[in-house]
Design a protein around this ligand. Structure first.
Ligand code: HEC
Ligand code: HEC
Ligand code: HEC
Length: 486
């Protein structure tokens, strides 16, 4: 049977903690705002509750819509989504295993490799930390006692077994589009996992956000319940791609910017957002700001291996997505994802040149090789720490194969309009295990000071990338992982 490989807590989770320290400093100011927001929310929620109780007509209409969507969704896309061919065994469970990877459930529900799916991974949100729950079939600490209806309700409506509202850090706003049949296949697969008795630590959310019922208000503005409805005007592939991207693969959870309530900004879908201190780039078909210039096979290579030569490499959260999810998707599903992404409205971010189109090989640092490092000189530091793999010219070694030491020229992270991802890569390295390669770039966070990391980043962007992207030592300090506050 297919084995899911669990992964260690990702480095980018650590980076999130940096942001939290910043927040602690601003907590004083925020507390007042928070209290006002809470008051406003409470009043509003009371209003909503009143309307729910007194507006039976409106509610009936909503329900009708949902039922229709359900009926539509139940038949079509389930068939459209390809099923991997694996010999023998239970087809439902196999399909469930595939879909569980497409949804990257293990990515969030595994904190410790030795306890796959047993939860405990802290997810930092602007409102505090949420711990992922145990979704193994353990009856006491997992979902062993959940009925299929309970499971469906969690995935489709964001409601827990006890009727409590779940936080949208669990991407139910996307999973609601997944057909009942596919959700039950996932359940069937989860049921085959070894039950692990483990109760993750409690959430640490600040008032009023520890009030789960407030999610009623959040849902009202940011959540539309309902299964994916295929568009008969589009091809089967487009529909399959839309079903995956909008549903299980939850690409928008990182690539679509959020409003002040942390709901997805539907006017700027896929146009890029900051996620855990990383820029999840604009992946709309805009030819300058998005991925419009990428060829289909390059996008497919990126999603299946994490590397597209001359375009980009997947580090941080995207490295996790590739390693835990997209590398397992069948080519036909990856193709479908690309076809769908090509069709979303292009959004310009105002960039002058595509991220992957910057940089020239260095021709002036050879004289620095072997000289003693004095002070904080970006070129010298680059030669000392980076050139062994990326070459002093920046052109990399064996650069066109996945797992090679990539060229820093024509690399989207080096050419991006912000050097945040570059600094993250220097601080935390790259670790991505796929069936194609074990990719490892060491983390330099412990060896180099903030000023040194900044100097290297500035040298790299000036020489090999977008010279307008600069970093100060202070900015590096904010991206670093400090000890957990509180
Ligand atoms: C981006 C991170 C993330 C991903 C991906 C994710 N989850 Fe979760 N999940 C969470 C968080 C966080 C919670 C807890 C929400 C809360 O406490 O309100 C949760 C809660 C749940 C619950 C409710 C459990 C309980 O005890 O209340 C279930 C069931 C669940 N997830 C199943 C899944 C499945 C199945 C998948 C894959 C299809 C998945 N999750 C993918 C973050 C995630
Ligand atoms: C957990 C957050 C997250 C999710 C989910 C996610 N991405 Fe990403 N994505 C990122 C980040 C962060 C980057 C930048 C990575 C880097 O700089 O190495 C990125 C980069 C990319 C790029 C490269 C863009 C460029 O110009 O370099 C593509 C293409 C992409 N993502 C597509 C997708 C698709 C398709 C999905 C859904 C199947 C998806 N992503 C889901 C966070 C995410
Ligand atoms: C031991 C070899 C090694 C060293 C030393 C090294 N790198 Fe890397 N680097 C890699 C590998 C491997 C990758 C990932 C390749 C892949 O994604 O397929 C990578 C990727 C990158 C990327 C692309 C990340 C992305 O998200 O697109 C950048 C930028 C980078 N390195 C910069 C640096 C800098 C700056 C230094 C010096 C501080 C450095 N590297 C040192 C091996 C190395």
């Amino acid at each position: 049977m297919t084995k899911i490989t669990a992964r260690v807590p990702p480095d980018y989770m650590l980076a999130q903690r940096t942001q939290r320290t910043q927040r602690t400093q601003r907590a004083q100011r925020r507390r007042i705002n928070g209290a006002m927001l809470a008051a406003a929310f409470s009043l509003f929620a009371l209003g909503v509750a009143w309307h729910e109780a007194h507006g039976p007509k409106a509610r009936a209409a909503d329900e009708l819509q949902i039922m229709q969507a359900r009926a539509d969704g139940a038949s079509q896309p389930a068939r459209a989504l390809a099923t991997p061919v694996v010999a023998g065994g239970n087809e439902l469970v196999k399909r469930g295993a595939y879909l569980t990877r497409a949804g990257d459930c293990a990515g969030c529900h595994t904190a410790d490799r030795s306890r796959p799916f047993a939860g405990g991974l802290p997810i930092d949100t602007p409102f505090g930390t949420i711990m992922t729950p145990n979704i193994t079939p353990d009856p006491d600490t997992g979902i062993g006692q959940w009925s299929d209806a309970d499971f469906l309700r969690a995935m489709h409506e964001g409601i827990g077994k006890g009727g409590e509202r779940l936080y949208p850090a669990f991407p139910y706003a996307e999973y609601t589009r997944v057909t009942e049949q596919d959700v039950l296949a996932i359940r069937a697969y989860l049921d085959t996992l070894t039950p692990i008795h483990f109760a993750p630590p409690a959430n640490s959310l600040k008032f009023p956000f520890n009030q789960r019922w407030l999610m009623v208000v959040w849902n009202l503005f940011n959540f539309t319940e309902g299964r994916f409805v295929p568009d008969p005007k589009q091809s089967a592939e487009w529909n399959r791609g839309a079903y995956l991207v909008q549903g299980l693969a939850h690409c928008e959870a990182c690539h679509t910017p959020r409003n002040f309530m942390q709901g997805l900004k539907s006017s700027a879908r896929f146009s890029g957002a900051v996620q855990a201190g990383w820029h999840a780039f604009n992946i709309t078909p805009d030819s300058t700001s998005g991925v419009g210039e990428w060829r289909d096979d390059e996008l497919i290579a990126y999603l299946s291996t994490g590397a597209a030569a001359g375009r980009a490499n997947a580090a941080g959260p995207m490295g996790e997505v590739v390693a835990g999810s997209t590398q397992y998707l069948l080519r036909i599903d990856l193709r479908s994802i690309v076809i769908y992404l090509r069709s979303v409205p292009p959004v310009s971010g105002g960039e002058a040149r595509p991220r992957h189109q910057w940089g020239n090989p260095a021709d002036d640092v050879s004289v620095l090789r072997g000289t003693a490092i004095k002070g904080v000189n970006g070129a010298q530091l680059f030669v000392a720490h980076c050139a062994s793999c990326h070459s002093w010219t920046g052109q990399g070694v064996g650069a066109s194969a996945p797992g090679a030491y990539p060229s820093l020229i024509h690399n989207s992270t080096v050419g991006a309009s912000s050097a945040d991802n570059l600094a993250q890569v220097i601080l935390h390295g790259v670790r991505r295990t796929t069936k194609h390669a074990d990719v490892l770039m060491p983390a330099f966070g412990n060896q180099l000071t903030d000023a040194q990391v900044g100097a290297i980043a500035n040298y790299v962007t000036r020489q090999f990338g977008n010279p307008q992207s600069t970093m100060t030592a202070e900015q590096i300090a904010l991206l670093r992982a400090p000890p957990r506050a509180q």
